[in-house]
Structures are given as structure tokens and as C-alpha cells.
Ligand binder design. Structure first.
Ligand code: FES
Length: 153
């Protein structure tokens, strides 16, 4: 991790206005923001760690826990909400056996609810590893997401 982190940080000058791009690139590399990366970014930019946390917690794009091999994002933006996003979230949650913000024990899946993903005409939709899937139903969820091994009866 240290080597990759150093390589990422060395592509920046360590200026305060680079904090968001640094956080984005670190998250892109590791899938989330491990605690040690937050401290390293703070030191590199010469700011208190609390400032890096303040920025990272302000923006919903940043996460502090690892994601599963398959990351499912259920859109709960307005268009999806009025077309049953809450029900979709419940169905996915029940199907995978995890709540939003959690990952399965085997790390095969993680689940997150997000604001609009920019495909409102396809509502209600979800994103699976960055690919949008439209007009979700329980059937479509079952087709798209094979049940995790641990929850198979
Ligand atoms: S509200 Fe779901 S894609 Fe826009």
C-alpha cells in the first residue's frame, strides 16, 4: 500500500487545492480511503488530518470502508424515488443479506444508496460496478446479482 500511495502522492505538488483530486485518486486505487492514507495525504499537503477528514466526509463520493468485489449502488434520487427506489433498495438488501453501507462477509458484494446517477429516464435504476441497469424489479435483481455463497439456503 505504501508504495502505491507514495507513487500517487508524488504526482501532486502537495498543495491544498489538490486535496480532493488526491483523495479521489487514492480511493480509485484502493476502493476506499484507508485511515493511513488520510494521514499521509494530510502530511503531504501540510494540513491537519482533521481538514482532510472534513473534506472527505463532506463529499458523499468518498467512503471509509472497503467495497465488495461487486459494488451495488441503488439510486435514491428523486426520479428513482418516485418510481420505487426505496422498494428496490429493500429488495437488493434482502437478496444480498446486507444493509446499505455494508459488505457481505466474503466481500463478494457491497451495497450503497446514492443520489442521482444521471439515468433518470431509466428509473428506478441501480449501478453494478459502474454499469447502469434500468427499470429494476425483483426478477432483474435476481438475474443480475447471483446470491452470495453464504446466504444460499
Ligand atoms: S434519480 Fe435515479 S438516475 Fe436520476
Amino acid at each position: 500500500m505504501q508504495e502505491k500511495l507514495s507513487s500517487i502522492l508524488s504526482s501532486y505538488k502537495g498543495r491544498k487545492h489538490e486535496l480532493i483530486p488526491m483523495l479521489q485518486q487514492v480511493q480509485e486505487e484502493f476502493g476506499y480511503l484507508p485511515e493511513e492514507t488520510m494521514l499521509a495525504i494530510a502530511r503531504y499537503a501540510g494540513v491537519p488530518e482533521s481538514k482532510v477528514y472534513a473534506i472527505a466526509t463532506f463529499y458523499t463520493q468518498f467512503r471509509f470502508t472497503p467495497i465488495g468485489e461487486t459494488h451495488v449502488m441503488v439510486c435514491c434520487g428523486t426520479a428513482c424515488y418516485v418510481r420505487g427506489a426505496q422498494k428496490v433498495l429493500e429488495m437488493v438488501s434482502e437478496h444480498l443479506g446486507i444493509s446499505q453501507g455494508q459488505a457481505t462477509d466474503d466481500m463478494s458484494y457491497s451495497l450503497e444508496s446514492v443520489a442521482c446517477i444521471g439515468a433518470c429516464g431509466l428509473a428506478p435504476c441501480i449501478m453494478v460496478n459502474r454499469k447502469v441497469h434500468a427499470k429494476m424489479t425483483l426478477e432483474r435483481i435476481s438475474e443480475l446479482l447471483p446470491k452470495p455463497e453464504a446466504s444460499k439456503a
